[in-house]
Structures are given as structure tokens and as C-alpha cells.
Design a protein around this ligand. Structure first.
Ligand SMILES: Cc1ncc(COP(=O)(O)O)c(C=O)c1O
Length: 436
């Protein structure tokens, strides 16, 4: 009996022993095509020697120095290289050790900004239903996935929520061409009802990830909500933990619409899974306000870590040097087109969506009515199990339609070959067919 308190307690997991490119091998010699990059993490592929060397080199220089005592050359140069790519002016980067910590830091930073400006009444945070921002308590409260919130409800409830921009099941007036106005109006209504001088921030994923499987908003959505936030002095936080670093075929998800957040969070692909890392980026004005007021009351033992910065810098250089963001766009377009062809006649595929190599498949009991499968049928779980049988790893999400509903996500490394793309299409279609 294992002494590991595992993530999965109802089945035995294979033992991973090796990973290379888009493939993971287990101790029995079985190979799996990592079509989801774990949890949409592995942007540059497994086994990149330059990243491993950068990590080893940094550890051999300074194994650990505390963020209040030292900065490091590698952290300074990483921030210098990243800042011009971020969708904000004069970005300042606060590195942490994962996405949830990045979101916690972003929320606290929004509060710190308003305090610094003498607007202590601004405490409210608005998130969206069906969003995911992490599993720590404030991030969970900002998110809106009911099954994850439920056990911890007594500890939640400080934050407010508006509707997610979820085009496949959008019921807003004006859908599909003008529903963004209705979403922006809903946001403005809640700001006005709450009291504009009490709202600190609005947080949203540019393209909804884990909870709605790559749900892309209509084109006007981001400019419209950004304008509402600006008009009311509400900080806009773009949670780019999943969409950042090229996943959607642009450096950052908001780049698709030219939106400029005040604060941005990232994680996952920032280090492509080689090191636990995340970051919270502040625009120049946010940074200057907080600096002027004496600094940011926040910090973690592992924040500003040099090894994390070394890995993040090596990954950033790989993304830039090998044109991998463009590769994500082009390969994503091809993968989506081929999946659409292969799954066109599947009676349970309701929607295929996404941008770049962030792709979602919504499984439904009835394509015409979009009726979901009952949760008890465990359709997504069965597709993932069939995928494992066929040697492909997919990512899933469930319960997004009033507790029912099944979503499958793909997010392979940007380095996938043409053969990998073909194999992803064949094996994904086979896994879905097996369940039909
Ligand atoms: C958009 C988004 N924000 C935050 C998080 C939390 O990141 P982590 O699991 O690294 O804490 C995730 C993780 O899936 C995410 O997708």
C-alpha cells in the first residue's frame, strides 16, 4: 500500500519513468501521447536539454537565496526579456511558485493599489461563474466552479460573480453578434449596484480553460469589459495561467483582442512543467502606486526563486528562438480542422472550439438540443479511460451544465510533429468512438 496521498484515490496510476517530446513512457514500457501537456502545461515539449542545463547551472551557482535579501542576475534578465512581451506598459514581474499563488498575489496587489491611492473602500472583487482561478481559498472564491466550491462554501462568499462568456450555450440578448454588450452591461450593473467606489478588481480568463474547455468569447467581449472597468476605476486582472506563453497562438490570450490588463497572472506554460513557477505582473502605474506607498505586503519562501527564473528564461528563449508561439497558432489551426473532420459525424460531439493549441470538445447526449449527459454516466471519465487504452492522454472537466456536462481538452506541446498531430486526431476519435 502506497504512503503517497495521491491526487487519484480510486485507481492505481502507472509509474512514469521517461518523457521526450510529446510522449511519456511508463514503467511497463507503454507510451502515451501527451495530448494535454498534463493539465495544459507542457508548451515546449518534454526532455529539452537546454532547459535542464539552465536549471542545473543556476542551482550550482546559488541553491537558494531569499527574495528579501538578494536579487539575482537571472531573475533580473528574465524580467527584462519578458516585460516587453506582456500586454501592459512597463510591466513589473512578481514571480511565485504556481498559478494559485499568482492569483492570490494579483488579488492582494489590486487591494494594495487602491489602498496606496487612498481608496480603502475598494474591497470587492468580481469574478465569473464557471471560471477557474486556482484551489487556494481566495482563488477558489474568485472562481465559479460549483463542484469545487461546494465542500468549502462556509469559507467562501466574499467575492461577486457575473456570467462567463460561453458562446456555445450563450443565452444573452444579441447572441451571437452583440452579446458582448450584454455581458459588459451585466458587469457594469453589478459594479453600480455594489457601489463603484467599493469595487477593486474584475478577474477573468481570456479564454476559459479548465472549467469550460477553451470557451472563446465573441470578438467584442474583452474590449467591452475592459472599457467598463476603466470607466469605474476597477482594475482588470487577466488570468493567463492557462492561456499565457503562446498556448492560444498569441503570446497572451488578451492579445487576440488587444486588451490591456492592469495585472496579469501566469503559471503552467511559463516553465513548461520543468519547475513549479507562476508570476503576477503589474503594469507600470500599479507598480508605481504600490511602491510609492511603501511596498507590497505579500511574499512566499519560494517567490523570486532563481532556479524558477532560470527555467522560465530558458523556456522563454525556446519559445522566442524557435518561433513556437506561431507554431502553436498554425498547428492548432490544423489540429482543430482535422479533429472537426474526424468527429463531424460523432453523435456525441456538440462543439469543438479553442484557439491555437488550446482546444476543447464538448460532449452532449443530443447535438440538436445540446442536452448534456447526466453526470452519473461519467462520459468524460470514460473517454479519458478509453484514451489511455489507446495510448493518448486527454484532460477533462465535468459538471458545467447545472452539475451535468462533459468536456475534453487538448493542449499538446507546440513542438508536436505532423505525425503526432495525425496520431492525436486518430486516437482522440477512437477514444470518443469507444464510448459511443
Ligand atoms: C486559469 C487558471 N488560473 C489559475 C490556475 C491555478 O494554477 P495552479 O494549479 O498552478 O495553482 C489554473 C490551473 O489550472 C488555471 O487554469
Amino acid at each position: 500500500m502506497t504512503h503517497v496521498f495521491g491526487r487519484v484515490l480510486n485507481r492505481e496510476l502507472p509509474v512514469a519513468v521517461k518523457s521526450e517530446g510529446a510522449w511519456i513512457e511508463d514503467a511497463d514500457g507503454k507510451s502515451y501521447l501527451d495530448a494535454a501537456g498534463g493539465a495544459i502545461v507542457v508548451n515546449i515539449g518534454h526532455g529539452d536539454e537546454a532547459v535542464v542545463a539552465a536549471m542545473a547551472d543556476q542551482v550550482s551557482r546559488t541553491s537558494y537565496v531569499h527574495g528579501t535579501m538578494f536579487t539575482t542576475e537571472v531573475l533580473e534578465s528574465y524580467a527584462d526579456e519578458l516585460a516587453p512581451l506582456l500586454p501592459m506598459a512597463d510591466a513589473h514581474i512578481y514571480p511565485v511558485s504556481g498559478g494559485s499563488e499568482a492569483v492570490e498575489s494579483a488579488l492582494k496587489l489590486a487591494r494594495a493599489y487602491h489602498l496606496a491611492r487612498g481608496e480603502a473602500s475598494r474591497t470587492a472583487v468580481i469574478g465569473r461563474w464557471q471560471a477557474y482561478h486556482g484551489n487556494t481559498l481566495a482563488a477558489l472564491d474568485a472562481g465559479g466552479k460549483e463542484p469545487l466550491r461546494k465542500p468549502y462554501e462556509p469559507w467562501l462568499g466574499r467575492f461577486l460573480h457575473v456570467s462567463a462568456a460561453y458562446e456555445y450555450r450563450c443565452e444573452m440578448p444579441g447572441h451571437p453578434d452583440a452579446c458582448m454588450r450584454a455581458y459588459a452591461d451585466e458587469l457594469e450593473r453589478i459594479i453600480l449596484e455594489t457601489g463603484p467606489d467599493t469595487v477593486a478588481a474584475f478577474i477573468a480568463e481570456p479564454i476559459v480553460g479548465a472549467t469550460l474547455a477553451a470557451a472563446v468569447p465573441s470578438d467584442g467581449y474583452w474590449p467591452a469589459v475592459a472599457e467598463v472597468c476603466r470607466r469605474h476605476g476597477v482594475l482588470l486582472i487577466a488570468d493567463e495561467v492557462m492561456t499565457g506563453f503562446g498556448r492560444t497562438g498569441q503570446w497572451f490570450g488578451v492579445d487576440h483582442w488587444g486588451a490591456r490588463p492592469d495585472i496579469l497572472t501566469a503559471g503552467k506554460g511559463a516553465t513548461s512543467g520543468y519547475y513549479p513557477f507562476g508570476l503576477c505582473a503589474a503594469s507600470g502605474p500599479v507598480f508605481e502606486a504600490v511602491r510609492g506607498a511603501g511596498g507590497f505586503v505579500n511574499g512566499f519562501t519560494w517567490s523570486h526563486n532563481a532556479t524558477g527564473a532560470a527555467v522560465a528564461r530558458a523556456v522563454l528563449r525556446r519559445l522566442k528562438g524557435d518561433g513556437l508561439v506561431e507554431a502553436s497558432r498554425l498547428k492548432g489551426e490544423r489540429l482543430m480542422k482535422e479533429l472537426a473532420g474526424a468527429l463531424a459525424d460523432s453523435p456525441i460531439v456538440g462543439d469543438i472550439r479553442g484557439r491555437g493549441l488550446m482546444i476543447g470538445i464538448e460532449l452532449v447526449a443530443d447535438r440538436a438540443t445540446k442536452a448534456p449527459f447526466a453526470r452519473g454516466e461519467q462520459v468524460a471519465e470514460r473517454v479519458l479511460a478509453a484514451g489511455r487504452e489507446h495510448g493518448i492522454l486527454l484532460y477533462s472537466s465535468t459538471g458545467h451544465v447545472g452539475g451535468d456536462g462533459d468536456l475534453v481538452m487538448l493542449g499538446p506541446p507546440f513542438t508536436i510533429t505532423d505525425d503526432d498531430v495525425d496520431a492525436i486526431v486518430e486516437r482522440t476519435a477512437a477514444a470518443i468512438r469507444a464510448v459511443v
